[in-house]
Every structure is written in structure tokens, then in C-alpha cells.
Ligand binder design. Sequence first.
Ligand SMILES: NC(=O)C1=CN([C@@H]2O[C@H](COP(=O)(O)OP(=O)(O)OC[C@H]3O[C@@H](n4cnc5c(N)ncnc54)[C@H](O)[C@@H]3O)[C@@H](O)[C@H]2O)C=CC1
Ligand SMILES: CC(=O)CC(=O)O
Length: 258
Amino acid sequence: MSQLKGKTALVTGSTSGIGLAMAIGLAKQGVNIMVNGFGEKDNAIAQIKACGVEVDYHGADMSKPAEIADLISQTEKRFGSLDILVNNAGIQHTATVQDFPAAQWDAIIAINLSSAFHTTHYALPGMKKRNWGRIINIASVHGLVGSAQKSAYVAAKHGIVGLTKVVALENAQTGITCNAICPGWVLTPLVQKQVDARAEREKITNEQAKHDLVAEKQPSGNFVTPEQLAALAVFLCSQDASEVRGAAWNMDGGWTAQ
Ligand SMILES: NC(=O)C1=CN([C@@H]2O[C@H](COP(=O)(O)OP(=O)(O)OC[C@H]3O[C@@H](n4cnc5c(N)ncnc54)[C@H](O)[C@@H]3O)[C@@H](O)[C@H]2O)C=CC1
Ligand SMILES: CC(=O)CC(=O)O
């Protein structure tokens, strides 16, 4: 039987992409799930429920600290505890610094970085009481290296890697671990938009644009899959990973090895 059976996870931004795969991966281990995000929530809930666990949904906007406080307290109330926190919600906007709209900068910093501070701040007291917790921050290769036209995203992702280290250190002598996962390209709606823009800009097919996007950065030539990332998250939640603390663990087809 899974060691995780009966625990509760909140996965922010779990209505699509990587977050949905994380939620399903954990649900397959018997973990009850609080879903959050602005995508197709009924579809996400149905897929998670099919794993035989309890599921609920909270529509908190991760750019709003008061809604995040309510999300954590409702999760604890509904399931009795919050054991696994996956900070995953994120958005992207591409432009040079000179052309970057200030409102987009603020939104990316709020959703991709500050939300993880707020969720962690509110989730830690309960985890400390039970002396067990797993906090997994979905960073990116862009938490380790930069790319042009992604100032806010790269700054937020470097920030979340820093936050991960501090949370890990502050809880190093407890049963609470905090780690970051740093994926390379994963074909989700966030990346499909960039593929579409590239196809349009370069007057090439969508397939060619996908190929070129990956080939430019990722030596394997393959997208990372959401399911591969979910398997890593399940490992980080296990007892075998109890001494993995403050890691920024890349799964990127070789992107950051170059
Ligand atoms: N797709 C990729 O290649 C990579 C993605 N990531 C990160 O993975 C995370 C998930 O992204 P993807 O699955 O790719 O994108 P996605 O667009 O499929 O999913 C993003 C999720 O966040 C939710 N969301 C957006 N704004 C929100 C808000 N204000 N409040 C609550 N939820 C909100 C969306 O509704 C959705 O559920 C992001 O943090 C992203 O930066 C990291 C590395 C690579
Ligand atoms: C690799 C990522 O994190 C996705 C992106 O840069 O848009």
C-alpha cells in the first residue's frame, strides 16, 4: 500500500498541464486532492476522482493573498490536514525588458513567485503540528538559467529556487521538506502559445515550430512529459526522499547541462 494513502495535497493551477498531471499522479497514490486553477475544472475533478480519492475545488486567484489564505484554511477544513503543497500555478509573457508591460511583470511575480510564499506561510503551521510535510515548488530551467524576452518569468523562477532553499533550511530538523522541480520544455497550453506564435512569426507549420522550439534548447530533442514530472513529485513525497532538502532538481532533456 502507498505510504501516501490518506494524505491531502493542494496543487495550485491543477486544472491543466503539469499541475493536473501532478494531481493525478498523487491521486494514484491514494492522496486526496484540492484542485485550483482557472481551466476546465470539471474535467480535472473527474480525472482525479476516477483514481478513487476525495477531491474538492477552490477557485482562489493566486495573485490575491486573501484568497490564498482562504484556500489553505478551506483545504484543512475539508480534508482535516494539508500534507503536500505543490506550488505550480504560473503564467508566461514574452517581450524585451524595454517593451515589457509593467502590469504583466506584476502579475507574473505575484502568481509565479509571491503565491508560493503565501501558500507556504499559511500551510507551515499545520505541517509543523504534524511534523510531516512536503512542499514542491514547480520552478523551471528558467530558475537556473536565463532566456531573452522572459525577464519576469526568469526573475520569478530564480526567486522560487531561492525561496525553496530558505524554506528547506528553516525546516531542516523537521519532517517537512521543500524542493523545487525545474522542468525544461513541456507541451502544455503555456508552451503551445509560444509554439503558435513561432509558427505565425516564421510562417512555418505547427509541427516545425514545435521541433525548432525544442531543438533550440533541449539536446534530447524531446519534450519532457507532465507524467514524468509527476513521477518525480511522487518520489519527492516518499520516505526515501526525506533527506532531499532544498534541491533544484532539473528534468530538462539536457538543457542546463550545456
Ligand atoms: N510548460 C513548460 O514547458 C514548463 C512549465 N513550467 C511551470 O509549470 C507550471 C505549470 O505550467 P503549465 O502546466 O505549463 O501551464 P498551464 O497553462 O497548462 O497551467 C497553468 C495553470 O495555472 C493556472 N493559473 C494561472 N493563473 C492563475 C491564477 N491567477 N490563480 C490560480 N491559478 C492560475 C491555470 O488555470 C492552469 O491551471 C508553471 O509554474 C510553469 O511556469 C516550468 C517549466 C516548463
Ligand atoms: C521552460 C519553461 O519554463 C517555459 C517557458 O520558458 O515558457
